[in-house]
Design a binder for this molecule. Structure first.
Ligand code: EAX
Length: 323
């Protein structure tokens, strides 16, 4: 009797210890809502990690900037206070300067071109630059092609941008380029943007249709112009030490999970791009669909001259001409 009780007690204790050791919890977050291209990305990532590690790793998902904006989150991952984040490249150059080159306006012809560059040798080489800064970059996802919105007027040409006060990401390339377009730039973390637009602290902002819809910016912005001025990548970042602690098989599982997640994330961007204009117009936005992009490129000439110096024209051409 006593012995069997002891046995039950022991096996319970062993079971508890085993369960505790078996499951490691990690956190991942995004600054936009769950029902979005990024939400799909981290939800699929979490499922895939759990599945591919037989539940030994559980990734808790956080949305809408509840753990902080993108800059704060990248910093938390670098410090190791948070294991993972999925972020646009907006704040990334502040940590990994090599990433700056990707956010240059009109660098990519379209999403297919950008995806090919990111999945090819240029993008894969860039991923390795994160390691010395404390990150394991698991793969390039996508935030989408950025367009401009504002509450003041329809934007057809760069002239219409002169003097508009717009929120920008905390990204030096964006700030330089938008200044070159005559915009009054106000860098700001994403979780503050809705209120800033609502209160009129800024007139406008720029983001992919996916983000505009997920954030419901149509409630506080009248005009949308399909400027398509920047392709905005996203990236799965993990704390490098946390990644290093994984077994070889688990490392492969995390990398594979990111791949599956990126596929789902990009598919959602395509779906959002296909329905975005119709949906946003039906909710009251007035949309300029045909923007003469050549005029924007022309206006950016002095800024491009600066970028040629900073990044090397050959490096920019390598991306532009990638097939
Ligand atoms: O990553 O800050 C931004 O405008 C980003 O595009 C947004 O947070 C989604």
């Amino acid at each position: 009797m006593k012995l069997s009780k002891l046995f039950i007690g022991l096996s319970l204790a062993v079971g508890l210890v085993a369960t505790a050791a078996a499951q490691t919890n990690m956190k991942i977050n995004i600054s936009v809502a769950k029902d979005s291209h990024q939400g799909v990305g981290i939800d699929v990532f979490a499922q895939e990690v759990e599945k591919r590690t037989s539940g030994r790793y559980k990734v808790q998902t956080f949305y809408s900037g509840s753990l902080g904006g993108e800059r704060e989150s990248v910093e938390a991952v670098q410090l190791g206070t948070q294991e993972l984040t999925f972020t646009s490249t907006g704040p990334v150059p502040n940590f990994v300067p090599d990433a700056k080159i990707l956010d240059i306006p009109f660098l990519f012809r379209d999403k297919a071109h950008a995806r090919a560059v990111l999945d090819g040798p240029i993008g894969q080489d860039l991923l390795t630059k994160f390691e010395s800064k404390g990150f394991k970059a698991l793969g390039w996802g996508e935030n989408g092609v950025r367009h401009m919105t504002n509450s003041k007027r329809a934007v057809n040409t760069p002239d219409d941008l002169k003097g508009l006060k717009m929120r920008t990401m905390e990204n030096p390339v964006h700030v330089a380029a938008y200044k070159g377009l005559g915009i009054v730039t106000t860098p700001m973390a994403f979780p503050e943007v809705f209120t800033a637009l609502q209160q009129g602290t800024v007139d406008g902002q720029e983001n992919p249709l996916s983000v505009i819809m997920a954030a419901k910016f149509e409630q506080v912005q009248k005009h949308l112009s399909l400027t398509g001025h920047v392709y905005s990548p996203a990236i799965f970042l993990m704390n490098n030490a946390a990644f290093d602690k994984l077994s070889a098989a688990d490392k492969a599982a995390f990398l594979e999970a990111a791949k599956v997640a990126i596929k789902a994330n990009r598919e959602r961007v395509d779906a959002d791009d296909a329905r975005g204009v119709k949906e946003l117009s039906s909710k009251g936005m007035s949309v300029v669909e045909n923007v003469d992009k050549a005029k924007f490129v022309e206006q950016l000439k002095p800024v491009y001259a600066e970028f040629d110096k900073q990044f090397g024209k050959a490096n920019l051409d390598k991306i532009r001409n990638y097939k």
